[in-house]
Design a protein around this ligand. Structure first.
Ligand code: PGA
Length: 258
């Protein structure tokens, strides 16, 4: 059973990207999550679309299910696309939107993210919205301006009453899949910056938005991440395919409030 007050718990989200076969998905999902249900954390698995049907009953075991993207339209002539309502019908709780890999692969992605977020939320999904700067932007010390522009374009026109469906993943692009995570100081600074930008735009209602970190999260750095008060969970790529790694990450966050 899933606790009703989801946002009060830290989110440990697995992004399998384009890995794992559908036939392997159930055994991997269960081996990742010994400790799925906890008062302190919420565990989420985001497999490729093709695996969602096999995993549609994960919620019975206390694990949330999510997808890695959806289309901005509810339905229609969009060959090869997947709608938010289809995801909801397969028991998805979440969808990741704006991941830097999708922004890189699709030149129009940046223009569509705001519409995707609205459609996903209207379909009853929670959204993990990804933002983050490239290495060039970080070297030029322009990361805050860049993230502010992303938030403004993608989020600031949302109605405040949907903010409880929003989780923001701060994922510096230079840390994704590189083994080089951001430093605790950089992470804290950016989380505080995002929190204050939300507060300026939406006021106190923005307190319900959860802000998590992603980028080379693994068992070796999860205690450090869990020690940063502003970090309300993690989005995990590579290490979410390795049961011992992912379980250690879950444990780091599960223990922080004990
Ligand atoms: P990584 O990926 O953990 O492999 O760096 C994170 C992500 O892309 O969400």
């Amino acid at each position: 059973m899933i606790h009703s007050d989801l946002k009060s718990r830290d989110l440990i989200a697995a992004n399998w990207k384009m890995n794992v076969l559908p036939s392997e998905s159930q055994s991997l999902a269960f081996s990742l999550c010994d400790l799925a249900w906890s008062e302190n954390i919420e565990v989420l698995i985001c497999p490729p679309f093709t695996h969602l049907f096999a995993l549609r009953d994960l919620r019975k075991d206390g694990i949330c299910l999510g997808a890695q993207d959806c289309h901005e339209a509810l339905k229609g002539p969009y060959t090869g696309e997947v709608s938010a309502l289809m995801l909801k019908d397969l028991n998805c709780d979440y969808v990741i939107l704006g991941h830097s890999e999708r922004r890189r692969m699709n030149p129009h992605e940046d223009q569509n993210i705001h519409s995707k977020i609205k459609t996903a939320m209207a379909s009853g999904l929670n959204v993990i919205y990804c933002c983050g700067e490239s290495l060039d932007i970080r070297i030029a010390n322009a990361e805050k301006d860049f993230i502010h522009r992303q938030l403004k374009k993608d989020l600031f026109e949302l109605e405040a009453d949907v903010l409880d469906k929003l989780t923001i993943a701060y994922e510096p692009i230079w840390a994704i899949g590189t083994g080089k995570h951001a430093t605790p100081e950089q992470i804290k600074e950016m989380h505080l910056f995002i929190r204050s930008a939300l507060k300026s735009q939406f006021g106190l209602q923005s307190n319900v938005v959860r802000i998590i970190y992603g980028g080379s999260v693994n068992a070796a750095n999860s205690d450090m991440l869990a020690s940063i008060q502003e970090v309300q969970g993690v989005l995990v790529g590579g290490a979410s395919l390795i049961p011992d790694e992912f379980k250690s990450i879950i444990n780091s966050f599960n223990q922080r409030k004990n």
